[in-house]
Design a protein around this ligand. Sequence first.
Ligand code: SAM
Length: 169
Amino acid sequence: MLEIGFGTGTATSVMARAAPHEAIIAVDVHTPGVGDLLNAIHDQQLSNVRVIEGDALDFAASRLPPNSLAGIRTYFPDPWPKARHHKRRIIQTQHVNTLTPFVRPGGFWHLATDIDSYAEQMLQVFGDSDEWNGGIVERPDWRPVTKYEAVALAVPRQITDLIYVKSSS
Ligand SMILES: C[S@@+](CC[C@H](N)C(=O)[O-])C[C@H]1O[C@@H](n2cnc3c(N)ncnc32)[C@H](O)[C@@H]1O
């Protein structure tokens, strides 16, 4: 399982504890958050999480074999709310195309965002792809509230979860 942009990793460690046989690779560019997750791994004695400090696209391209992931989790990617900054968003066709080959057929991509225009962008990007099927879902019970999400819920902003499954052919 690849988690892209785990932030402080609070949700990551909850999911790792809940599924001890699931191997999680958690990637983020933000060094203090990397420290937080490493501390949690140490304190909670988690053996199923590996932490990568760096860019998820670079990591995947340089280190992952094709069809190696059961799934990708991207919870509350940086919103870049201004229209002129939308091209910086990680969920865009070019990046999704880069990451898709690393997910095995039947694998999934679970996304969540509190930004309506980003949810629309996710729907468009995955909807345009022949390789992914899915869309908006009810928030799964097992997805922990992330640190970023707690702030959004307090505003309050609507949270959108999306799950896509990679086609088998
Ligand atoms: C808005 S935060 C959300 C963090 C966490 N998922 C949460 O919900 O609390 C987005 C995170 O994505 C990370 N990030 C942004 N671009 C990234 C990239 N290309 N590769 C890995 N992480 C990235 C940022 O450093 C940040 O920690």
